[in-house]
Design a binder for this molecule. Structure first.
Ligand code: SF4
Length: 511
């Protein structure tokens, strides 16, 4: 069952129809704050009808023949597979050049495309670069008006290209300025559902971006400047959530960065005291931003575990990525988490950070061992991913270590963590490799992506397809030259390539 938390008009008098599409199943869509909020902002427009469709939608209510545009959410590199499947299910050609004026306008937005839209530029009629909530509404209003006036797809796309943050690949635009929205309004889950992956969870975005600018972090670099929802709006929004559910979560790249974070936690703490069934959770916490009040609130709000990210075991390597937390801070924070009544902590870390040596790996093993000794009976686990260089971050120029080298390092950690009796999960080095290829890709990826999709999109399909089109090591392993033109240079966002270069040179020289 769904509960709609905004004013919905069920009797719109318009002929313009949009599908708001999510490239995964319904339960994930109903837990995606970004997707649901985009849907809400579109649904509030009087001049369009909008329907949610998912990867598992069989029969949409609005027939494809009546749809004017389809807006896809694109959050993960591999989402293209599901997007292609959805397009083909409705007999829509994958390539924009093969779609005539009778076929809906296909567009997309999301962090993957904001960081680097080039590998996907031949599939979408236009791409939203940056925060989508206000651009999407502007774009669909333009589509609605111009369709009503009988304008052609080309005329509509030419008009759309005038909007800041809209990239129309066929128009040969030289630079696309990322659109940065104000977050005066506090963004929240507008539709609660017991079918959601996080059932009936009310998520609140208290801040967007993170000022820490760790050198690999796309969540930080794509969302500069950091913005905070006003405190009063957050409180009002929490009230709205608690009138409708007992499950609330605060979301942000770094939630504790909000200037009034303590007061927000105190407010929730009092609410839970009055109504003990309330459950409260947060996305991961930063080691140097953990206050007693947030931990007390989480413990009272039925949380058993929290997640913190240290990224690297040695202080030297943490400096390389600009994650300036000391060992002392790590120990103090874990002790604080334990003392405040939580049962355990999950620690995120990475292997294969540029310049990583065996000594750095040994330091994380030693750190894990000492944390275990000092926190007996406390459930400590680790989750390791491998470094993926992301466009528009200072480490964008760094290639990965080879897959065999990373697998060797991963095996070493697995063995040592097993000996310590500590739980540790590991991402797939091979999938991280292909994720890197996609994130550093360019406009020559069109045939490759189609080939991967047509052949089932498993690891073997990537390998086989790449043999026909390019050497993937050139994308995944190569250190890009500081002076070379990068595929994503077309995107203009702060702080800009020159600053990224300065940071790259400064941090990679840390010994
Ligand atoms: S603290 Fe976390 S969210 Fe902030 S920049 Fe670093 S990794 Fe990204």
């Amino acid at each position: 069952m769904e509960k709609i938390l905004y004013q919905k008009n069920y009797n719109k008098k318009t002929k313009c129809n949009i599908w708001c599409a999510f490239p995964a199943c319904k339960s994930f869509a109903l837990s995606s704050l970004g997707y649901l909020w985009i849907f809400k902002t579109l649904d509030e427009q009087e001049n369009i009808n909008v329907e949610r469709i998912y990867a598992d939608t069989k029969t949409p209510q609005i027939s494809i023949k009546d749809v004017d545009a389809i807006c896809f959410s694109f959050s993960f590199d591999m989402d293209f597979v599901s997007i292609f499947e959805m397009l083909e299910r409705f007999n829509i050609p994958l390539l924009s050049k093969n779609r005539n004026d009778d076929i809906p306008i296909i567009f997309a937005g999301g962090p993957v495309l904001t960081a680097n839209p080039m590998p996907y530029s031949n599939f979408f009629d236009f791409i939203v670069i940056g925060d989508g909530e206000d651009i999407n509404t502007q774009a669909v209003s333009t589509i609605s008006e111009m369709k009503e006036n009988g304008k052609s797809k080309n005329e509509i796309l030419t008009k759309l290209a005038e909007i800041e943050g809209i990239f129309v690949p066929t128009l040969n635009q030289k630079k696309i300025t990322k659109h940065t929205a104000k977050i005066d309004e506090c963004i929240y889950t507008p539709i609660l559902s017991d079918e959601a992956y996080f059932k009936d969870m009310f998520i609140i975005e208290s801040s967007r971006g993170c000022a820490n600018c760790c050198n690999f972090c796309i969540a930080s670099y794509l969302n500069l400047p950091v913005r905070f929802a006003p405190y009063e709006n957050i409180i009002k929004t929490i009230e709205l959530g608690l009138e409708n559910t007992n499950k609330i979560a605060l979301l942000g790249a770094q939630v504790s960065i909000h200037p009034k974070f303590k007061q927000i936690c105190e407010f929730i703490y009092k609410k839970i005291q009055q109504k003990p069934e309330i459950e409260m959770s947060v996305s991961s916490l930063r080691i140097d931003g953990v206050d007693d009040i947030i931990l007390k609130t989480l413990a009272l709000g039925h949380q058993k575990h929290v997640t913190v990210a240290i990224e690297a075991g040695s202080e030297r390597l943490r400096k390389v990525i600009n994650k300036n937390v000391t060992e002392e801070q790590i120990f103090n924070t874990i002790a604080k988490i334990r003392q405040n009544g939580l049962k355990g902590v999950k620690i995120y870390a990475m292997i294969g950070i540029p310049t990583e040596t065996t000594e750095d790996l040994n330091e994380i093993i030693s750190l894990a061992n000492r944390l275990k000794q000092e926190n007996k009976g406390f459930d400590i686990s680790f989750a390791f991913s491998s470094f993926v260089p992301k466009p528009n971050t200072p480490l964008q120029w760094c290639g990965r270590f080879t897959t065999s080298e990373l697998e060797k390092r991963q095996q070493y950690l697995k063995k040592e963590f097993h000996k310590l009796g500590l739980k540790a999960g590991f991402s797939s080095i091979k999938w991280d490799y292909w994720q890197t290829v996609l994130s550093r890709g360019d406009e020559n990826f069109t045939e490759f992506l189609i080939d991967v999709y047509k052949n089932g999109a498993k690891l073997g399909a990537y390998k086989k397809a790449s043999k026909k089109y390019f050497n993937p090591d050139n994308y995944a392993l190569r250190n890009y030259n500081l002076d070379e033109k990068l595929p994503w240079d077309i995107i203009d966002l702060k702080p800009g390539k020159e600053i990224l270069k300065e940071r790259y040179l400064k941090y990679l020289n840390i010994n």
